[in-house]
Write a protein that binds this ligand. Structure first.
Ligand code: NCD
Length: 322
């Protein structure tokens, strides 16, 4: 089985993965095709490979994370890389070192890949300009989270066998969501029709310029969609009062079976996690074994991250432009 994963030795035309905005259709297809092989591979026991043997991957997370950090760690280890998780709670950043100084320090240790999560939008791109290795954005503020959009696309493609022409609703706290932004770029590039549904206070200004239809009513927005992507209410990023109450939010925007009935009968239910049951999603809907693919998203995450790590660490160095 291991041998059936297509080897991909062509140069990947990007040195870093900072977002989905600059990925072409070919880039996205290539990442998804390579990921497919890893999905099968990961379902077997003894699934360690040696593609990244001798390579060093440092995961530098300045924000809490459960699934993304674990997923990147597993992905690197399954490819045989030496993986180090930098705990910023105990690192020098807590002693006042700047992000760039931390990056330069790590750079001096010659890693091959830095996987970075940071609360400030644009911080990961800035860091990528200061280091010699490949940088993967694991989420920067409200900006982008490219591997989440790629794993979402893989999940949809495996279930519905295409992305083109699908109607996809992204619902909830769009204003604070890097997941929404990365998904909008990727899905538009792949020819899907994206809608966002949110209360007016959680719709970022200029959202229509990203090429989406906007709705403030769940029932109207969910009409006839193929995929319903729910977002967490990111209260940690809210600086003012965006909502009257969580109860009212659930009433109007929480996904339950009654609202879901407006979507196609076999519409997929997705959520990047962590989920707030009873806030943006009803427990029965989240656990609906026929329609919820939330666990599958987590599984696809490891495969997609393996593909990304492999493409950004080509065997003969990465001379690709940024
Ligand atoms: C998302 C994130 O961190 O942006 N989570 C994730 O990566 N799985 C979404 C969220 O925190 O709500």
């Amino acid at each position: 089985m291991t041998d059936q994963i297509p080897t991909d030795d062509l140069p990947f035309p990007h040195r870093h993965l900072l977002g989905t905005q600059n990925l072409s259709r070919d880039d996205i297809q290539r990442i998804l095709d390579l990921s497919e092989g890893y999905v099968d591979h990961n379902r077997q026991r003894g699934n360690r490979r040696l593609d990244l043997a001798g390579r060093t991957q440092i995961n530098l997370f300045f924000e809490n994370s459960t699934r993304t950090l674990t997923s990147f760690e597993l992905a690197g280890k399954r490819l045989g890389a030496d993986v180090i998780n930098m705990n910023t709670e105990v690192s020098s950043t807590k002693k006042g070192e700047t992000l760039i100084d931390t990056a330069m320090t790590l750079n001096a240790m010659h890693p091959d890949i830095l996987v970075v999560r940071h609360p400030a939008s644009g911080a990961v791109a800035l860091l990528s300009q200061k280091v010699d290795c490949a940088v993967v954005n694991a989420g920067d503020g409200k900006h982008e989270h490219p591997t989440q959009a790629l794993l979402d696309a893989l999940t949809i493609r495996r279930r519905l066998h295409r992305l083109e022409g699908l109607k996809i609703a992204i619902c909830g706290d769009v204003a604070h969501s890097r997941v929404a932004r990365s998904n909008i770029h990727l899905l538009n590039t792949m020819g899907a029709r994206v809608r966002v549904i949110a209360p007016p206070t959680l719709l970022p200004t200029g959202i229509a310029q990203l090429g989406v239809e906007t709705y403030t009513d769940m029932r109207a927005g969910l009409e006839d969609v193929d995929v319903v992507m729910m977002l967490r209410l990111q209260r940690e990023r809210m600086t003012g009062s965006f909502l009257p109450s969580v109860r009212e939010y659930y009433h109007f925007y929480g996904l339950d079976h009654e609202k879901l009935a407006f979507a196609k009968d076999d519409a997929l239910i997705m959520h990047p996690g962590p989920m707030n049951r009873g806030v943006e999603i009803d427990t029965d809907v989240a656990d609906d074994i026929h329609r919820s693919v939330i666990r599958e998203q987590v599984e696809m995450g490891v495969a997609v991250r393996m593909a990304v790590l492999e493409l950004l660490t080509p065997k003969y160095g990465n001379g690709a432009p940024v």
